[in-house]
Design a protein. Structure first.
Lengths: 109, 137
């Protein structure tokens, strides 16, 4: 994964994480594992954790602490109503951007 | 959280904290340090390097900073329990990670002051009428 990919992901990773959580609730490491499976191999666990802290602070997810056999209790994240609203806005912004870029590529204005 | 931490502080405690800084924050800092001490050595080394960076560029103190160190300890305890390799936590560019992480917490006083000063200097240069906030902050 190149530098360009890293730069582009910076602005979209939050939306990607919310989109993953819109399907089902998940632990932090499940999100990272899913992203790796999809070819986003360079994403740091820490970066995903930082994003989860952020979306939790902003009240976009509900968090449940589940006891674990090894180590501290794990946090399960699920998208709440506010998160769904935010995700819809993300997709609208994304569509706008994608359309404009496609136009640019075709050489139109 | 310890029982009774929401009770109003005694006058003695109020005066004492003027001299010493918040005792609650000191306690949370000690708790954080104790958690880090329990980590396997390579995780501890990594956290201490991160801590040094945060001391320079992150929020210096206050509740926001203590929340940040608490979240940091959560991450590394979890990673140590899972055996997540250090490189997988930090990625190829550790600075990228620490900056993303730090952005979740209030700015340090120094950075906040300079940002305000810069913003209002540009507003003045642009001929906009602004209160000279940078002098009073």
């Amino acid at each position: 994964m190149g530098k360009q990919m890293t730069e582009m992901l910076k602005g979209t990773l939050e939306g990607i994480v919310l989109a993953i959580l819109s399907g089902r609730s998940a632990y932090g490491y499940e999100i990272t594992a899913w992203l790796r499976d999809q070819g986003f191999t360079d994403i740091a666990e820490g970066t995903i954790y930082a994003l989860l802290v952020r979306i939790e602070q902003r009240g976009l997810v509900d968090v449940e602490k589940v006891p674990s056999e090894k180590g501290p209790p794990r946090k399960v994240y699920s998208l709440n109503a506010q998160g769904r609203e935010y995700l819809e806005e993300f997709w609208r912004t994304w569509s706008f951007l994608a359309e404009r870029l496609e136009q640019l590529r075709k050489g139109g204005q | 959280m310890a029982a009774g931490s929401n009770e109003p502080k005694s006058r003695y405690l109020q005066y004492l904290e003027i001299v010493t800084g918040s005792l609650e924050e000191k306690k949370r800092w000690r708790q954080y340090k104790a958690r880090i001490k329990q980590l396997p050595e390579n995780y501890r080394t990594a956290v201490e390097a991160l801590e040094r960076y945060l001391m320079h560029f992150g929020p210096a103190d206050g509740t926001g900073a203590m929340a940040m160190y608490g979240d940091l300890a959560d991450l590394f305890e979890q990673s140590a329990a899972d055996g997540t390799p250090i490189r997988d936590i930090f990625g190829e560019d550790p600075v990228e990670f620490v900056e993303t992480f730090m952005a979740n917490y209030p700015l340090g006083q120094y950075r906040a002051r300079e940002r305000n000063r810069f913003t209002s200097a540009i507003a003045r240069a642009a001929g906009e009428n602004t209160a000279r906030k940078d002098r009073t902050d």
